[in-house]
Design a protein around this ligand. Sequence first.
Ligand code: UDP
Length: 237
Amino acid sequence: MSEKTRVILKLSGEALSNGDSQAIDPEKVRAIAKEVKMAYDLDKFEIGIIVGGGNIWRGKTASEMGMERSSADYMGMIATILNALALQNAIEELGIETRTMTSLNIPQVAEPYIRRKAISNFEKNRIVIFGGGTGNPYFSTDTTSALRAAELGAKRILMAKNGTDGVYDKDPRKYKDATKYTQLTHQEVLELGLGVMDSTASALCKDNDIEIVVFDMNQPGNIKRAAAGDAVGTRIY
Ligand code: UDP
């Protein structure tokens, strides 16, 4: 058994984009890869990465515009695979071995997601990038993070945020007097409706004792700090 702590890093799709002009900005992806490497180089963590697809496509938005929800969601899942492959490329350029595993099978480009193989990849010191969400419509990549953390025995999800540095009692962009929580219980997150993750994902974390750290990924070194359990952002337990 490895002594390392297994963590799941959740990146939103938007973290890879530079706004409107480019859904996947190689510069941004490279910068994230460097931050991931800082955590990897500590040699204390087995790192799984789950990336969203919101920079390219969101099923719910498309369905609100009249598209059939399941088809729209499958498109969203495929979008997450594009992001996963971009991340894989950038991390491997830094000399780290990785595997992308997808819940929708595209064997020509990535391994199919098989739990035991994922564990074996971790044990071989590979960073594992999970594409395709849960493989089911009506879910999100937040839920995927909770699900993979539970089944792969990861005790901590690192929720990397772009433009916010934790969980607040109200929207800090709208209210000057918004207060940041340094820690919260899962129960409080659910009761207060704080919207850290969708409620399915929150409930899964609560039921399986998975800690979540919500932090600002734009602060250099924060992924490493969050992995180590240092006080960054908001800790939910
Ligand atoms: N999606 C899905 N099932 C999953 C994960 C994702 O149907 O298990 C679809 C859904 O349409 C979602 C899109 O993929 O809108 C992109 O994922 P998400 O919204 O979680 O990405 P993020 O907001 O993190 O970029």
